[in-house]
Design a protein around this ligand. Structure first.
Ligand SMILES: [Zn+2]
Ligand SMILES: [Zn+2]
Length: 374
């Protein structure tokens, strides 16, 4: 095993520690060669990586990770996608970043050549997973179709990097991409939310960041719904004007009460609850917009007539497209909201499995569990 690199020592070893996924639920710490950056790529020394619900899905079910045309099991694949670090080596043609720069890393680079990538919708790349053999279209999505961040080093395209401001901790910087996802959802809703009402349903990491980003963009009122008072309190600290515990009050009635019967212009659905779209349709006014950032595990009935009669728009988003991460990073650099509040636990790389246990069982009210690598 390599010895841990000191914070300011940018020398690069030849081998690194990396977790790989064997079968479902079977993570194993191995040694891998440190990868080399190619054209327009840099080598990032991973300083911190956050655990996400999607990592749990990948580790248990495989999807949405897709490696060499199939499920990611037993392929020496390293998961993990919410990471930040320090640029330690530049590939050919890179002048956008310097060695020593601290960067947050977007998950999706896409292929850069399909219709959607060319539109900035690289999280919906049409060549998803095509990066091997004679099907190589160069697609990249860290921890989904290529090696991710539960390791010491990773290669990343310059398009996926955002500078981390001085004074922001490594742990907080892992949340830039989470805030970027919230920003992408608000972009889908039209982006001009100042002075308009926003309901966020579900106080998970993306929901809480949707509250924070929506408030920073001027939405009013910002209303958060959820079931746990501790999470709702965090929502208030991140900018929610009103919080609703749906165990004690019907969320639709509460939104009507708060808005004087009018409803809101936007709903960001971050709960994945089966009836959430039906409820969101009753929270928005006519012509309102709903963005789905979470989804139920099973197909679920929806009152489509209500959608059509009221000219309600529904959007689905995946990840953090259209450079939304840069806009989120700018808001965080301006200290517009205390994102670090949702970081609750830190473990070293060797204790990744403990980190997963805390995350999955919400031990000590865990929200964002960060693995500190360097
Ligand atoms: Zn994630
Ligand atoms: Zn593409």
């Amino acid at each position: 095993m390599t010895t841990a690199v000191r914070k300011n020592d940018l020398s690069i070893p030849s081998k690194m520690k990396a977790w790989v996924l064997d079968g479902p639920e079977q993570l194993r710490l191995v040694e891998k060669p440190v990868p080399q950056p190619g054209l327009a790529e840099v080598l990032v020394r991973i300083d911190a990586v956050a655990i996400c619900g999607t990592d749990v899905e990948i580790i248990t079910k495989g999807l949405p990770a897709w490696i060499e045309g199939g499920l990611p099991f037993n392929k020496n694949f390293t998961p993990g996608h919410e990471y930040m670090g320090t640029v330690v080596k530049l590939g050919a043609g890179v002048d956008e970043y310097n060695i020593g720069d601290r960067v947050a890393v977007e998950i999706h680079a896409g292929c850069g050549r399909c219709e959607r990538c060319r539109m900035g919708m690289y999280t919906s790349c049409l060549n998803y997973g095509l990066n091997y053999g004679d099907k190589n279209k160069g697609h990249r999505a860290n921890g989904f179709t290529t090696d991710g961040g539960f390791t010491e080093y990773a290669v990343n395209h310059v398009n996926t990097l955002a500078h981390v401001p001085d004074g922001m901790s490594d742990e907080e910087a892992t949340l830039i991409v989470t805030a970027g996802t919230a920003m992408y959802g608000l972009d889908a809703l039209g982006g001009l939310v100042a002075g308009e009402g926003l309901v966020v349903t579900g106080p998970g990491p993306i929901g809480l960041m949707s509250v924070a980003v929506g408030k920073a963009l001027g939405a009013q009122p910002v209303i958060l719904t959820g079931t746990r008072d501790a999470r709702l309190k965090l929502g208030t600290q991140l900018g929610a004007d009103h919080v609703i515990n749906i165990r004690s009050e019907d969320p639709v009635q509460a939104v009507k009460r708060i808005t004087g019967g009018k409803g809101v212009q936007y709903v960001m659905e971050c709960s994945g609850a089966p009836n959430s779209l039906n409820e969101a349709m009753d929270m928005v006014n006519r012509g309102g917009r709903i963005c789905l950032a979470a989804f139920p595990g099973e197909p679920t009935p929806v009152d489509l007539a209500k959608l059509v009669r009221n000219n309600i728009y529904v959007y689905g988003i995946r990840g953090e497209g259209k450079s939304a991460t840069h806009r989120a990073a700018a808001l965080m650099a301006q200290k517009r909201f205390p994102a670090k509040l949702i970081h609750t636990h830190t473990f070293p790389l060797e204790e990744l499995q403990t980190g997963f246990k805390y995350f999955r069982e919400r031990i000590e009210d865990a929200i964002k569990v960060v693995i500190k690598v360097h």
